[in-house]
Design a protein around this ligand. Structure first.
Ligand code: DGL
Length: 279
């Protein structure tokens, strides 16, 4: 039995080279699900950095500092087999720095502009992401490289991030509010819309209902494939027990009960609080 604890040390004996999956909140769980689906025997540790949520409104400097602080605390203890930055907002700026600091393989998530550009019939693609991601140089480069012949309609929305959190916690979600946010990509008649924030696949049932003609493109499966490739044989039974162990943690001192229930339903064995830094 894994003890209910707020001490990382108490759960460490149950984790064997886990995948460390990180996001500001629940968005990275959409990537985590794909990883577990493809690599079902892998132990995982999911960190939701609610103390610093939302990442999409942070300056680049503050975000690099925060992600570095979290990894400096977690990596030496968890000894992960792979680090997955399951957040577009962070990945578009921190990956280089993390790869410089750690010898562990690092996988990031970036908006699937290339996939959408390849599939678009009318050469009009949309991008829903955080205000941070839509403003990044990284994104301009992606568009120049892969979608230079497309009209790209960018929507930076923090409202959609908050609505996605409501989905996980089974709170009321207003379809009208979602419709208002996605209006620019619908008005432009984009046939492919990139979900450039890992929170947004949580809204997919609403999105497909509001605009069934649109292909909503996310990177979850591609990230899971990358993780499986990197782990190779390590994706075979590596858990200490015969079943994989999944631990979720949030950096907020007070664990929200709805969140605890939400992650339990996804298959986590435990949700713990792990305050990191002076917040
Ligand atoms: N889930 C995140 C992303 O993929 C960020 C959400 C936020 O905290 O703003 O960009």
């Amino acid at each position: 039995m894994i003890p209910h604890s707020t001490e990382l040390a108490d759960v460490l004996p149950f984790l064997n080279r886990p995948a460390l999956v990180l996001d500001s909140g629940s968005g990275g769980l959409t990537v985590w699900q794909e990883i577990c689906h493809l690599t079902p025997l892998l132990d995982t540790f999911y960190l939701a950095d609610f103390a610093a949520y939302p990442y999409g409104l942070k300056t680049e400097g503050a975000l690099v500092e925060r992600v570095s602080e979290i990894l400096a605390t977690l990596v030496p203890q968890l000894q992960p087999g792979v680090i997955v930055v399951a957040c577009n907002t962070a990945s578009t700026i921190v990956l280089e720095e993390i790869r410089r600091l750690y010898s562990v393989p690092v996988v990031g998530v970036v908006p699937a502009i290339k996939t959408a550009a390849i599939a678009s019939q009318n050469r009009r693609i949309g991008l829903l992401a955080t205000p941070g991601t839509v403003a990044r140089d990284y994104l301009n480069n992606l568009i120049t490289l892969h979608a230079s012949d497309c009209q790209v309609v960018r929507v930076g929305s923090n409202v959609l991030v908050a609505l996605a959190e409501d989905v996980l916690c089974e709170r009321h979600v207003s379809a009208e509010a979602i419709a208002r946010e996605i209006e620019p990509v619908l008005v432009a008649e984009c046939d492919q819309v990139v979900l450039g924030c890992t929170h947004f696949p949580l809204l997919k049932p609403y999105l497909t209902q509001l605009a069934p003609q649109v292909a909503w493109v996310d990177s979850g499966k591609a990230i899971a494939r990358r993780v499986a490739d990197l782990l190779g044989n390590r994706a075979d039974p590596i858990s200490v027990g015969s079943e994989p162990v999944h631990i979720a943690a949030t950096t907020l001192a007070n664990l929200d009960n709805q969140w605890r229930e939400g992650v339990a339903k996804l298959g986590f064995h435990q949700a713990m609080t792990l305050p990191i830094g002076k917040r």
